[in-house]
Write a protein that binds this ligand. Structure first.
Ligand code: TXA
Ligand code: MG
Length: 332
């Protein structure tokens, strides 16, 4: 373990790129004080320059090097959830490179809790930028195999930390507006934040003021094959009809596959949202490599525990699939 960490640090110090594990998804790391290295991150991901990066820290003490005018409530929240799947948006410190923040005066910061990465950050002593380690707009990686398929040989070192524990990206809370607001849903819900630190948040349907969050673009986290969402009620009928008509679809459902036909690609998902989230990107990666036309996903229940998952599925999808008069209807 120590050898892997030393190697990763050596690469970071030379301005190279290190893929690192976190509890959410794998990140594409570079020294946050090295502009050449930061530029490489954007180039390798194919990410537009104005889409800002998250800075990853190993300790709360480092916060003041990266942000200014930090509200007490932000500190409280960080103290409660860090290290963990929470990113906070603060006013940026004047010394932070504009490359990181996409020329905005705000900065996104988090402290991840994967032990390998925490150790690497501690020994590195400074911070690293870390977008998810996938090409722009594609599915985030939650295992090193996913990285091999996508960015693979474009990075200098991969720190293998096994499958990610949570599976979807951190919750992002903006503290630069009057009332804090969730900009990206994650495993830490608004209800939990309000419960543990007593902060009330701006409702989600309010458009964030003057702030860009590319992860909130309508299509994101998308597989290369089109993904369509179906209501739970219609799902089996849609699948049966598509199977009968020999359509090359693949399926992600809570229900059992209605046929014994071995050519039908069907993943049965767990009813437990935590387990579902952990495996969500692995399912999408799995359904995406196949020689199929599209992926049909059964909509999870509209309950708070599923909010972040529904958010990611909706962004991954090209539209809806339904059934009408025994015909399939796709609305893109
Ligand atoms: O779980 C995670 O957060 C993972 C792991 C690797 O830490 N990282 C991640 O990074 O998801 P990325 O780059 O894929 O997504 C970062 C999100 C984007 O939606 C970006 O717009 C938002 O954070 N963001 C970064 N800086 C921001 C800023 N200054 N203001 C508003 N949003 C910001
Ligand atoms: Mg991402």
């Amino acid at each position: 373990m120590q050898e892997q960490i030393l190697k990763a640090i050596e690469v970071l110090k030379k301005g190279g790129l290190v893929v690192f594990p976190t509890e959410t998804v794998y990140g594409l790391g570079a020294d946050a004080r090295n502009e050449q290295a930061i530029k490489k991150v954007f180039a390798v991901k194919g990410r537009p320059a104005h889409h800002p990066l998250i800075v990853h820290l190993a300790s709360l003490e480092q916060l003041n090097n990266w942000a200014v005018n930090i509200p007490e409530s932000a500190i409280e929240l960080a103290k409660y959830f860090w290290p963990g799947p929470l990113t906070i948006i603060l006013q940026k410190h004047p010394q932070v490179s504009n490359l990181i923040t996409g020329n905005q005066n705000t900065i996104a910061i988090r402290m991840p809790r994967h032990p390998l990465t925490l150790e690497m950050l501690q020994q590195f002593g400074s911070a690293i930028v870390g977008p998810s380690a996938n090409s722009y707009g594609k599915i985030s990686p939650t295992t090193v195999q996913h990285i091999a398929r996508d960015l693979g040989n474009k990075v200098d070192y991969i720190l293998d930390g096994g499958p990610c524990e949570i599976g979807i990206e951190s919750t992002i809370v903006n503290f630069t507006s009057n009332i804090p607001q969730i900009l990206r849903q994650g495993s830490i819900s608004a209800e939990l934040i309000t419960k543990v630190v007593g902060i009330s948040l701006t409702p989600n349907n309010t458009k964030p003021h003057n702030i860009r969050t590319p992860g909130s673009s309508k299509t994101h986290y998308a597989p290369s094959k089109p993904l369509y969402l179906s209501s739970s009620i219609e799902f089996l009928n849609i699948a049966k009809l598509a199977i009968k008509e020999n359509l090359n679809y693949s399926y992600l459902s809570f229900q059992k596959c209605p046929t014994q036909n071995k050519h039908v690609i069907w993943l049965q998902a767990p009813d437990d949202p935590t387990l579902y989230a952990k495996n969500l990107y692995a399912y999408l990666h799995q359904l995406d490599v196949l020689n199929n036309q599209c992926i049909v996903v059964e909509m999870p229940p509209l309950q708070p525990a599923w909010t972040a998952i529904i958010d990611r599925l909706t962004r991954a999808s090209k539209g809806k699939i339904s059934i009408n008069n025994n015909a399939l209807v796709i609305e893109s």
